[in-house]
Ligand binder design. Sequence first.
Ligand SMILES: C[C@H](O)[C@H](O)[C@H]1CNC2=NC(N)=NC(=O)C2=N1
Length: 92
Amino acid sequence: MADTLDDDEIDRQLPDGWERDGDEIVRVYPFDDYLDGVTFATHVGEVADEEFHHPEIRIRYDEVEVRLTSHEAGGITETDIRLANLFDDERA
Ligand SMILES: C[C@H](O)[C@H](O)[C@H]1CNC2=NC(N)=NC(=O)C2=N1
């Protein structure tokens, strides 16, 4: 099981655009078109399933919110940081 990161490690490793919210990291991705957000959410889901590490995804009419935490570890781990970067690549 992965070890959780401490506060300093999280602050140092959090990718640009992501914020910490308790035991989760979160990013909101804006979209002009609702279906572009839906497509992005699908790509996030595909990456998550490939990596077997699953975020919470909330699709709103003009944005998609993605939340990551490592449930089994009980906090934020390197896996969450890695997935955050992978999701950002899907947006690029
Ligand atoms: C049983 C447990 O859900 C699985 O081992 C995997 C699936 N996806 C997961 N996703 C996340 N975010 N955290 C986990 O600990 C996790 N565990």
